[in-house]
Design a protein around this ligand. Structure first.
Ligand code: MLT
Ligand code: ZN
Length: 459
């Protein structure tokens, strides 16, 4: 259980009784509540199978009023709750630690309004990100965020964790794109801050308190999002490089050559791409070197003129090859090939789980020391049980994901990694969490990224 691995004590909360279950049954109807231990299982374990709770009750509200009634009751009865969205989080923030009641937001999945002219979408928190994107594409709009987990993550969880993803470089984070939220506080009070105005300087912007607060201030029930127009042309370059120094040079060149149409700049080291190729059987589109490349990059453009954008991207790739910055590269705007290239990147997170147990670190670092952490770990943590130490991520956002995989969880390997990694990141003036949040796993390291006065305000 999570509590054993993380040495945590259960808080002084009440235990769920039959009377509590009866109350929730009368509130939600018996089909919107789960008590069967087998059915509760998937709500108790995270996507990467690193944390596990022991909840015996999952509630599935269908309205804000039901969320409010659940929280009011739990608050009065001192019952602990764990709000859960798509359960794709990687820091143990979305599943229970002990026997907390899971409040699953899955059934609150109505799209309330879409306006093609203003680009504003209003929906309930349980809408799947991919479904929203598909819906928006019918009116020539898109979601301003895109993640590997888009097929199962829910928008409320994205907002609550301020999820970043693959195109933050272009569209910015959710503090900018979310115009308003409706949320329910722990005592059941409903906070209506859903107003979908771009400008509204009438005091505190309450939405910001809920964006990225991971459910600590309340459960997000509705959101309104500013959505950009769907670009007419997407072009992607997939590049192979020999060193991280050249990765940085390529990023610099891409910003200057592609300017306003640059929509993504991702990097992956050899061992990260090996995950997709060897563990998932995907194909490397670069074939000039049989043994592959040390580093790979995906540079994407999103614009309004296919030929114009293609010209820009190919002149950038040509310059990078002529200046000997990249070793090999391929470009495409065909949807099947785009999907295949993005698949290599997006499925790393899924593929690495085939190695066994994965220690994952989502960190921000200044660009010049962005990749050093991987080299330092490879030097410092020499342990024959380790399958791979790899790094990939959102270069354009200064956000690297470091993965250390081993066949199974070993306490002594965990002790070698933590707090070492977090202290290293802190020394480099980085952040111990870039886009995945604090969750359950990082609370005790918060002081390495936040001042004590800042933490005091949060508590
Ligand atoms: C990603 O960029 O792929 C996601 O943040 C998930 C991960 O780090 O594995
Ligand atoms: Zn990421």
């Amino acid at each position: 259980l999570t509590s054993i691995r993380y040495k945590t004590q259960r808080g002084p909360y009440a235990m769920v009784t039959d009377a509590d279950v009866r109350f929730f049954e009368s509130l939600l109807g018996s089909s919107h509540l789960i008590t069967d231990p087998d059915e509760c299982e998937s709500y108790n374990i995270d996507f990467a199978k690193t944390v596990r709770g022991a909840s015996q009750l999952v509630l599935k509200p269908t309205s804000t009023e039901e969320v409010s009634a659940i929280l009011k009751y739990c608050n009065e009865q001192r019952l602990a709750v764990c709000p859960q969205s798509g359960n794709t989080g990687l820091v143990g923030g979305s599943n229970p630690v002990f026997d907390e009641i899971v409040i699953s937001m899955k059934l609150m999945n109505k799209i309330l309004d879409t306006n093609e002219l203003t680009g504003i979408l209003t929906c309930e928190a349980g809408c799947v990100l991919q479904d929203l994107d598909n819906h928006l594409s019918t009116v020539n709009l898109m979601m301003p965020l895109d993640l590997g987990a888009k097929g199962s993550c829910l928008i409320g969880g994205c907002v609550s964790t301020n999820a970043g993803g693959l195109r933050l470089l272009r569209y910015g984070n959710l503090h900018g794109n979310v115009l308003g939220v409706e949320a329910v506080k722990a005592n059941g009070d409903i906070v209506d801050a859903l107003n979908a105005l771009k400008k509204n300087n009438t005091g505190y912007h309450l939405k910001h308190l809920f964006i990225g607060s991971e459910g600590t201030l309340g459960i997000v029930t509705k959101v309104s999002v500013q959505c950009p127009p769907l670009p007419k042309a997407i072009n992607v370059a997939f590049l192979g490089l020999t060193s991280f120094d050249k990765v940085l040079k390529t990023y610099y060149l891409a910003k200057r050559h592609l300017g306003e149409i640059l929509s993504s700049c991702e990097m992956m080291d050899r061992l990260s791409i090996d995950v997709s190729i060897n563990n998932l059987g995907m194909k490397n589109p670069l074939t000039s070197r049989e043994d592959g490349h040390e580093f790979y990059m995906i540079i994407e453009t999103a614009g309004s003129h296919l030929v114009h954008d293609e010209e820009k991207l190919s002149s950038f790739v040509e310059k990078a090859i002529n200046d000997d910055i990249i070793e090999d590269g391929t470009m495409t705007n065909e949807s099947k090939k785009l999907e295949a290239i993005w698949g290599l990147r997006e499925r790393i997170s899924e593929g690495v789980l085939r190695d066994g147990y994965v220690f994952k670190y989502d960190i921000s670092l200044p660009l010049l020391s962005f990749y050093k952490i991987v080299e330092v770990l490879r030097k410092e943590i020499r342990d024959s049980r380790i399958v791979r130490i790899s790094g990939y991520g959102h270069l354009g956002d200064g956000n690297i994901h470091v993965q250390i995989s081993i066949p199974e969880y070993y306490e002594d390997v965990a002790a070698q990694l933590e707090p070492f990694i977090f202290e290293y990141v802190s020394k480099c003036q980085g952040s111990i969490s870039a886009e995945h949040g604090i969750g359950f796993k990082k609370t005790k390291y918060l002081h390495l990224s936040r001042s004590s006065s800042g933490i005091e305000i949060m508590i």
